[in-house]
Design a protein around this ligand. Structure first.
Ligand code: PGA
Length: 251
């Protein structure tokens, strides 16, 4: 199995002073891991995070970026702006953006492409709603999100992309997918990537699980063969909890 990629998604939380405190607490707690550690922070915390994580094993990510280089797009941020700020990763197409901000598979593809061009590593989120799962449409939805969201992404670009499978019903609800549900869905996603690209490329692709992952369920989720890491919301806001997830898996 690969080492894991554990990313914290702070969402719209943490003032700069709080971010500083959290990062300072986190640094010594995760310094010995062989897993990759990422914190995806609000824009206003990026400079603080980049400065405080310099020389540590923590990478900094943003939570969205636009597909244009510059221009009249009030409220948006260009990938090159993030890159210049020292950011390495960017979450694209989180379900909250799909639900509240009109993100589609097409805009996900556009943002992912622009992020890659700027030298950022996208964390591309996919996942089904409860209604879709209960009506037997999970695989159809995941397959559509992957085929459309990666339509023009080249095979060699996948090495710089992390995929996050996040069932919408598990995000922020405290209802985690069972180990087997997460494993099965991710194995299915991997099979779609294998059809689109090839098996070796699909096997090498990092696919995380996200949705109420925390210090008590991380070890067993991360022990599943297809789960290559986690995208952690709520539990990433507390240093000890996030560190416990990071340290839950050793190869
Ligand atoms: P959660 O969020 O861990 O709070 O469920 C995960 C996410 O939205 O990335």
């Amino acid at each position: 199995m690969k080492n894991k990629i554990i990313a914290g998604n702070w969402k719209m939380n943490k003032l700069q002073s709080q971010a500083k405190q959290l990062i300072e607490e986190l640094k010594p707690l995760v310094k010995d891991t062989e897993n990759t550690v990422i914190i995806c922070v609000p824009y206003t915390d990026l400079a603080t995070a980049v400065e405080l994580t310099a020389g540590s094993n923590i990478y900094v990510g943003a939570q969205n970026c636009h597909w244009k280089e510059s221009g009249a797009y009030t409220g948006e941020i260009a990938p090159s702006m993030l890159k210049e700020a020292g950011v390495e990763y960017v979450i694209i197409g989180h379900s909250e953006r799909r639900t509240y901000f009109g993100e589609t598979d097409a805009t996900v593809l556009a943002r992912t492409t622009a992020a890659l061009e700027a030298g950022l590593k996208p964390i591309v989120c996919i996942g089904e709603t409860l209604e879709e799962r209960n009506s037997g449409k999970m695989e159809e939805v995941l397959e559509r999100q992957i085929r459309k969201g990666f339509e023009t992404i080249q095979k060699q670009q996948l090495a710089d992309i992390v995929v996050a499978y996040e069932p919408v019903w598990a995000i922020g609800t405290g209802v985690t997918a069972t180990d087997q549900q997460a494993q099965d869905a991710i194995a299915f996603c991997r099979s779609v990537f294998a059809e689109m690209y090839d098996k070796q490329t699909a096997d090498q692709l990092y696919i995380q699980y996200g949705g109420s992952m925390n210090d008590s369920n991380a070890e067993s989720l991360l022990g599943m063969p297809d789960i290559d890491g986690g995208l952690i919301g709520g539990a990433s806001l507390v240093a000890q909890k996030f560190a416990a997830v990071v340290n839950a898996y050793k190869k």
